[in-house]
Ligand binder design. Structure first.
Ligand SMILES: C[S@@+](CC[C@H](N)C(=O)[O-])C[C@H]1O[C@@H](n2cnc3c(N)ncnc32)[C@H](O)[C@@H]1O
Length: 194
């Protein structure tokens, strides 16, 4: 199966995933946790940056990372928060120049071909600080004929639970056409320094 040409999707406007606003589940989670210590967060596959602007408004040093130049340019043009920046790169392949306190996932896992999920796990471990936290909105649909490639609770749990402690998982508020198809997972790396 050919890899998706993400830059071409942006250039031709083939961006059905783009809802023009942040993940409702992220908005609710940030509002519910005003007391979490602030730090750095990276959002791989950030698209036009709706989610990363929410992290920045909540006081985090927020970095969106995307492989498509048009996504990075568009996100930058839409953003005025000084603590939000956007970088061009391949999250699965690149060596991080720094590690982050948080990684936020939303519609990136489902964009990656399932054959590359081991690379995805390794990338999360490379980019996250020891003891860092990983917040994910996963899409519970079929894993065939993607992207989007779906997943389910068992697959997500099996993928991450060796390296991460699951703090909580729940059904979030969603965009109308994804209601009851999303589940959020909040993980902490098991190698946290106590
Ligand atoms: C389905 S879109 C989701 C965009 C955004 N999260 C949203 O919900 O609007 C997937 C995004 O992942 C980006 N992407 C795909 N593979 C990538 C990779 N290896 N590294 C970084 N970004 C990647 C694409 O360019 C695209 O912007």
């Amino acid at each position: 199966m050919a890899d998706t040409d993400w830059e071409n999707c942006y250039r031709t406007g083939d961006t059905q995933w783009d809802k023009g606003k942040p993940s409702p589940g992220l908005v609710d989670w940030l509002a519910a946790h005003p007391d979490l210590p602030r730090g750095s967060v990276i959002n791989p596959g950030c698209g036009f940056g709706y989610d990363i602007r929410e992290w920045a408004k909540a006081g985090f040093d927020a970095v969106g990372y995307d492989i498509a130049p048009s996504a990075v340019d568009g996100a930058t043009a839409k953003t005025s928060e000084p603590n939000a920046t956007f970088k061009l790169g391949d999250f699965l392949e690149d060596e991080p120049t720094e590690q982050y306190d948080w990684i936020f996932e939303h519609t990136f896992y489902c964009a990656v071909n399932p054959s590359r999920r081991p690379d995805y796990l390794n990338a999360i471990k490379r980019w996250l600080k020891p003891g860092g936290q990983f917040l994910a909105v996963h899409y519970f649909i079929s894993d065939e004929d993607g992207p989007p490639f779906g997943t389910d609770h068992d697959e997500v749990h099996a993928r991450f639970s060796d390296d991460f402690e699951l703090l909580e998982d729940w059904v979030p508020r969603s965009y109308p056409n994804r209601t009851d198809l999303e589940r959020m997972f909040w993980w902490c790396r098991k190698d946290r320094v106590l």
